[in-house]
Design a protein around this ligand. Structure first.
Ligand code: NAP
Length: 294
């Protein structure tokens, strides 16, 4: 059976729908009753639990299970810190997977994950990778760049802003490059892992077919929504002050960490997917046209 942690999120939701459509049996971890209800309605066996609470994971896995670990946060809130969720949470899930002797363990890390990375997000993603690598389990790790598709947090925020404001702020000069990957192409990659896990051992960096600057991505999103907007570059120093002030809000629009990540390229080889998975992923403009309504 496929066990998914993080099934209620953007990537997890798409994976659940795809697996159920293909007839796979899915067990999904849910933190809330509402998520459990949604996952049950989607045809999964929902299990209530939280990866930061090891006692809730006890006995939920079987030897024939494959674990798909998609849990991640981009914002620390209350006790939900990068260390607690990415590092301790992964340690808990890996240790339960070892106890059960699962067949394969997949972990979704992030492009740029590095023990010496510039942000705690990237450092803790790398620490989580190390825990899995040292576990002795059969594993696959993906390190994707920005994943876009229906309901993804970044595109949703951008489209909301484009809809209401004639100006689109660009933090800094907007020249850092990203390699957006369409969720449908991520699904193609993960299905290869699910169907032939032994063919995908180790770590895979994933990116779309174009290296685009932040400013170019915003421009393509604006065009795809059928609107004309003026981009305004906001000096990074000013953005950082605003982010520091906003950090007291329960859900700040942008964090210092996110701004730091916007100052760096987040790219990999242009043909990584073609080389490792044998197909060409979709260009951003075409991908956006599949799910953004003008
Ligand atoms: N989206 C991207 O562009 C992108 C790029 C690179 C890497 N990634 C990685 O891909 C993964 C999925 O991303 P996403 O965009 O789908 O994120 P998302 O929409 O924020 O979903 C995160 C999921 O993690 C769950 N979760 C958070 N804390 C948890 C905990 N303590 N115990 C159990 N579940 C917990 C959430 O459950 P609730 O519904 O209960 O909150 C949700 O199901 C993450 O690891 C992310 O770092 C994403």
């Amino acid at each position: 059976m496929i066990f998914i942690a993080g099934a209620s999120g953007f990537v997890g939701g798409h994976l659940v729908a795809h697996l159920r459509e293909k007839g796979f049996a899915v067990k999904a971890l849910a933190r809330s009753a509402a998520a459990a209800q949604r996952l049950t309605a989607a045809g999964c066996t929902a299990i209530t639990g939280d990866i930061t609470e090891p006692e809730t994971l006890r006995g939920i896995l079987n030897p024939e299970d494959m674990v798909i670990h998609l849990v991640g946060i981009i914002l620390e809130q209350g006790g939900s810190t990068f260390q607690r969720v990415h590092v301790e949470g992964t340690r808990n899930l890996v240790s339960e997977a070892k106890r059960a002797g699962v067949s394969h363990f997949f972990y979704q890390s992030a492009l740029g994950a590095d023990l010496k990375g510039i942000t705690p997000y990237l450092r803790t993603k790398a620490e989580a990778e190390e825990i899995l690598k040292a576990s002795g389990l059969s594993y696959t790790i993906f390190r994707p760049s920005l994943i876009i598709g229906p309901w993804d947090g970044f595109t949703k925020k951008m489209l909301e802003m484009i809809k209401i404001s004639p100006l689109t702020p660009i933090p800094g000069d907007g020249t850092s490059r990203f390699q957006p990957l369409y969720i449908k192409d991520w699904l193609k990659c993960i299905m290869r892992v699910i169907e032939t896990p032994d063919a995908y051992p180790g770590v895979y960096e994933l990116g779309g077919p174009q290296q685009l600057s932040y400013s170019e991505i915003v421009q393509l999103m604006t065009e795809s929504s059928g609107r004309a907007r003026i981009k305004v570059n906001i000096p990074m120093g000013l953005m950082k002050i605003a982010a520091s002030l906003a950090s007291i809000l329960p859900s700040p629009p942008v964090t210092l960490d996110q701004l730091l990540m916007l100052e760096q390229d987040n790219i990999t080889g242009i043909d990584t997917i073609e080389k490792k998975f044998g197909f060409t992923p979709m260009a951003l403009k075409q991908a956006l046209s599949e799910f953004i309504k003008k």
